[in-house]
Ligand binder design. Structure first.
Ligand SMILES: Cc1cc2nc3c(=O)[nH]c(=O)nc-3n(C[C@H](O)[C@H](O)[C@H](O)COP(=O)(O)O)c2cc1C
Length: 222
């Protein structure tokens, strides 16, 4: 006979329609004021904020609820230096030899180069790993499902939680991130997904003057 799994009551907090409109507008206002920041201050902030941010990301939905993510927090200056050096070496190779003309043109408005000082200056790096599979208590390989989609959703929630806390980040994806598993002592089952530096922006920071698509370009009623 199939095993019976328990269900528990769920009470969704509901609002009047006016309140719903107001809340959805406020969420949009928060989201639209977010920008990727690439110049950070080294000013510290309480670790508890990071814990709440990661807790928020950890509430993301995931394929079969496998929660296939690990958030590694890096604050040690030597380790950050090591990560910066390795990332810059990958990026130098990319910007000098591997990048296509089209990609170079697409990156031009962002003003990015191989230099990644933010990896050392931001007080914390959150290195997100995806768990391609798991090992159970008997060391047997067990499946995770829709890992990339699940971790992508969790990182989206991480990004908005960072912004909501009044801190900045940028999604950093060095062309190869394989060095991160060794540097951070993660198991073979995990693969680095993104590096998110977290901190206050540098004073008088500026960001590229880029435009977001308007609703009619991204929304289709069918
Ligand atoms: C998957 C992904 C990878 C990205 N990789 C980088 C990166 O390696 N370096 C960087 O400076 N920005 C990176 N970005 C940030 C984008 O350039 C940025 O989100 C985009 O230009 C829009 O700007 P905004 O975040 O300020 O709205 C990445 C963003 C995403 C979603």
């Amino acid at each position: 006979m199939a095993e019976k799994h328990p269900f528990i009551p769920f009470h969704l907090q509901t609002f009047s329609e006016d309140k719903m409109i107001e809340r959805s507008q406020k969420m949009y206002d928060l989201a639209k004021s977010r920008r990727s920041v690439r110049d950070f201050s080294d000013k510290p902030f309480p670790r508890e904020i990071l814990e709440n941010i990661v807790r928020t990301a950890g509430t993301a939905p995931s394929g079969a609820n496998k929660q296939p993510w690990t958030f590694v927090i890096v604050s040690d200056p030597d380790l950050k230096h090591k990560i910066r050096t390795a990332a810059e070496s990958e990026e130098k190779e990319f910007y000098k030899h591997k990048i296509s003309d089209e990609w170079r043109q697409d990156l031009a408005p962002l003003g990015t180069t191989w230099e990644k000082a933010f990896l050392e200056i931001a007080p914390y790096l959150i290195v997100v790993f995806q768990q391609k599979f798991r090992l159970d208590e008997h060391n047997n390989k067990r499946k995770n499902y829709y890992v990339t989609k699940s971790v992508g959703i969790a990182v989206g929630m991480l990004i908005i939680a960072i912004h909501n806390a009044g801190l900045a980040t940028v999604t950093h994806t060095p062309i190869s991130m394989n060095f991160l598993r060794d540097f951070l002592g993660r198991p073979k089952s995990e693969k680095a997904f993104v590096i998110m530096p977290v901190g206050y922006p540098k004073e008088d920071v500026s960001v590229p003057d880029i435009k977001r698509k308007v609703l009619s370009e991204i929304m289709v009623w069918s």
